[in-house]
Design a protein around this ligand. Structure first.
Ligand code: ATP
Ligand code: MG
Length: 445
């Protein structure tokens, strides 16, 4: 195939066979969020580059290596969003949504773009569901974010497959003191660091804790720990969060080296990880970023949020066999029409039925075909009934109703009572082709 007919590497088509699982995840999440009182926000996919550079921070993988940045026709530097928080913060400031201590509990979902090496669970266009909460400083909201994700795992049936890792990054000042200790420790071992980490030692040393290099990770085992440098307020916040999680019965593991790949975090950081997806095991990650809005020039505003990767969650659902079989309901009925007069009558009849029976799943044969071929298509669609219209039926204003999933005879039903006739039957039609066999035997009993 010519190169121009291929998608860009790491940017995937989500094909009809996969969209039901996506919609399932998205609708489960949005219903859950509604029940917790969160509102949706929809943000542009493109922002001024500066928004991300300032929020995420120089010296991070995202800003240094992963952004899709280009100049538009005004020679302005723009970037495809690599994550949702920066744009969301820009939006709430621009529209005055967080002024005067207003609380905002927001969620969004959509594509993100990062120039990474594509592999299982890691793509260049990927999708995130995210939450951002503003103006709630206490650990109770940190706990709420975690408990609602825990509920999501339960609803999806994957609670046993994920574990929660937790850390506190402390305040900016306590991190600065810790940074010096860490730099001291690593400078003595400079030669043993990987190249990226050597570079980061001067630009963004905390990021080294996040290194995926095995030798560097080994070196970090003995390194000073952030928890030992926590300021009093951050320690209280962290203790408060842990007490709430304990009260809620949510298990967690303290990971003192968890720092997250973005610069804006302080205090609480957390990740939900799974061992079922290989190296790409983080399915949800977030934390508190009380400093970011101030850094954007706004009034200091407490904020906390997370992002979860939809591709990884879909992979996990598939790996664990948790995608429900009944996601794509089969049609109730399929209209077969023979000849132009009947085809026209079928279109009109179909619309009348849809008016009369909201929720009716009805297919109308398109493209003509013999009796045999249309009947075959009706059967293949999974429909419970074939509705047959030929010239004689049109003349007599009736339709042949042939049950496809039971042994019953075909009946001739007048158009005037067809909706009523179907209404009685569609409630008992199976939801999915996958439980067809079962329904068939049930209706035979
Ligand atoms: P990783 O350490 O795996 O690179 P990250 O720390 O860069 O992740 P975040 O920026 O915290 O990721 O994004 C939140 C979530 O979005 C991740 O936990 C993951 O589920 C998902 N995610 C991030 N990058 C990608 C990607 N390139 N492809 C698919 N999902 C991703
Ligand atoms: Mg990353």
């Amino acid at each position: 195939m010519s190169k121009t007919l291929q998608a860009i590497r790491g940017m995937n088509d989500i094909l009809p066979g996969q969209t039901p699982a996506w919609r399932y995840l998205e609708s489960t999440f949005s219903k859950l969020l509604q029940s917790y009182g969160y509102s949706e926000i929809r943000l542009p996919l493109v922002e001024f580059t500066d928004i991300f550079a300032r929020a995420i921070g120089e010296g991070t993988d995202v800003v240094d290596k992963e952004m899709y940045t280009f100049f538009d026709r005004n020679e302005e530097s723009l970037t495809l969003r690599p994550e949702g928080t920066a744009g969301c913060v820009r939006a709430v400031l621009e529209h005055g949504l967080v002024g005067g201590g207003q609380v905002q509990k927001l969620w969004y979902m959509g594509p993100m773009f990062r120039y990474e090496k594509p592999q299982k669970g890691r793509y260049r266009q990927f999708h995130q569901i995210g939450i951002e909460v503003f103006n709630l400083p206490g650990p109770d909201i940190d706990a709420e974010l975690i408990v609602l994700t825990a509920r999501l795992w339960k609803q999806l049936g994957m609670a046993d497959a994920v574990t929660l890792q937790l850390n506190s990054l402390g305040s900016g000042e306590s991190r600065a003191i810790y940074r010096e200790a860490l730099v001291g420790y690593l400078t003595e071992r400079f030669d043993q660091l990987d190249e990226d980490s050597q570079r980061r030692l001067s630009t963004n040393p905390l990021r080294i804790l996040d290194s995926k290099n095995v030798q560097t990770q080994a070196l970090l085992v003995e390194a000073p720990l952030l928890v030992d440098y926590l300021d009093e307020e951050s320690r209280l916040h962290f203790d408060g969060l842990k007490a709430r999680l304990d009260a809620l019965g949510i298990a967690y593991e303290i990971n003192p080296r968890l720092v997250r790949g973005l610069d804006y975090y302080g205090r609480t950081v957390f990740e939900w990880v799974t061992d079922k997806l290989g190296a790409q095991g983080t399915v949800c990650a977030g934390g508190r970023y009380d400093g970011l809005i101030g850094q954007f020039g706004g009034k200091s505003t407490p904020a906390v949020g997370f992002g979860m990767g939809i591709e990884r969650l879909v992979l996990l659902l598939e790996t664990l066999g948790l995608v429900p079989a009944t996601l794509e309901p089969v049609p109730h009925a399929y209209i077969c029409a023979f000849g132009e007069t009947a085809e026209l009558a079928a279109l009109k009849l179909a619309e009348r039925l849809r008016d009369a029976l909201p929720g009716l799943r009805l297919l109308v044969n398109a493209g003509g075909g013999s009796f045999k071929s249309q009947f075959k298509k009706a059967d293949k669609s999974g429909a419970g009934y074939a509705l047959i219209l030929g010239e004689n039926e049109v003349m007599a204003q009736v339709v042949g109703v042939k049950p496809l999933r039971q042994e019953d005879e075909q009946q001739s039903i007048a158009w005037s009572v067809l909706a009523e006739h179907l209404a009685d039957r569609i409630s008992s039609t199976p939801l999915s082709t996958l439980d067809r066999g079962e329904s068939f035997s049930r209706s035979n009993r």
